[in-house]
Design a protein around this ligand. Structure first.
Ligand code: NAP
Length: 287
């Protein structure tokens, strides 16, 4: 495909997200260099042809054009700090962390060519084994540049995201964190609380019957509450303020429903369900 520029892309953290990015970027003809914690992961990524080379040393990435930091969220800032101590100023750095406010506040001022990012795609699995091609195709991919971010860096990250077939969104880091509290981080605790409250049923026979009768509705509403515990807590720790705000508003709404039920306000309850039925599609994308 004449005229296409091949880039040297570094990826730190060859897990679900990092491995899937490596897959698509390699497929698109870019040169991908990987860094991961375990040498077995580096070897596997190389053997599978996801990267041209991989190492447990960040210095492998010294001549890359752009680096995607795809480590667990608590390691994103320390990894970037390490890179910034020796990386050429021209290198663009981006991350994929699921919370943006604290990361961008820390790194945005340190590196003008840092662009916060969050691909809104994933699976329940983790690690390189879970990596797959086209994971981001059709999914939203959020960038959260600030007034200090170098426009050329934003342009480069945008261009690469478009090659993934993802839907690009740009927003303020704080707005991102509030939005994901509503649609991702909050629902984990709402769904987990649903499962935990079912387990409070004091009659073991009734609990057993509920477990036998549960079908597609319960499968849908309990799915995100039955996911990876470490990931759920990590998101809560990093997005605590927005999550608390969301859960308190949810609790107020639930209290309102309980009060309407207690006072037989069937019309008001039906009105709410008409509204939620009409509004739900606005939250769902055609994939
Ligand atoms: P993951 O599958 O556990 O991948 C992270 C990988 O990082 C691990 O497999 C580990 O590889 C490697 N790693 C750990 N410590 C490291 C270190 N010090 N240096 C270099 N590599 C290290 O997790 P993930 O789901 O891909 O999540 C990664 C990031 O993506 C997180 O920040 C998360 O917030 C974000 N994210 C996740 C999802 C999702 O649905 N999962 C969606 C969007 C964004 P080895 O130990 O095998 O070397």
């Amino acid at each position: 495909m004449g005229g296409k520029i091949t880039m040297k892309i570094g990826i730190v953290g060859l897990g679900l997200i990092g491995g899937s990015l490596a897959w698509d970027f390699t497929q698109a003809g870019h040169e991908v260099w990987g860094v991961s914690r375990r040498s077995a992961t580096c070897e596997a990524a190389q053997n599978r042809g996801l990267v041209v080379a991989a190492s447990d040393q960040l210095t492998l990435l010294e001549s890359t054009d752009i680096i995607f930091i795809c480590t667990p969220i608590s390691l994103i800032v320390p990894t970037a700090e390490q890179l910034f101590s020796w990386l050429p100023q021209s290198t663009v750095v981006t991350d994929v962390g699921s919370v943006k406010g604290p990361i961008v506040a820390h790194l945005g001022d340190r590196w003008r060519r840092f662009v916060g990012g969050h691909p809104m795609a994933g699976t329940a699995e983790q690690g390189l084994e879970a990596a797959q091609p086209r994971l981001f195709h059709g999914a939203p991919y959020v960038l959260t540049p600030t007034a200090h971010t170098d426009p050329q860096a934003i342009a480069l990250v945008k261009e690469l995201i478009q090659t993934l077939g993802a839907q690009l969104h740009l927003c303020d880091p704080a707005h991102h964190d509030r939005a994901v509290a509503w649609i991702s981080h909050g629902p984990v605790w709402i769904s987990a609380t649903l499962i935990a409250s079912c387990l409070q049923e004091e009659d073991p026979a009734v609990l057993h019957l509920a477990q036998q009768l549960a079908s597609s509705g319960f499968r849908d509403t309990s799915r995100v509450g039955g996911g990876n515990p470490e990931l759920g807590v990590m998101m809560a720790q990093h997005n605590q303020t927005a999550l608390l705000r969301q859960l308190k508003q949810y609790r107020d709404r639930l209290d309102g429903v309980i009060q309407q039920l207690e006072t037989n306000q069937w019309e008001a309850l039906e009105t709410m369900l008409h509204q939620t039925q009409a509004q739900r599609p606005a939250f769902l994308r055609e994939d």
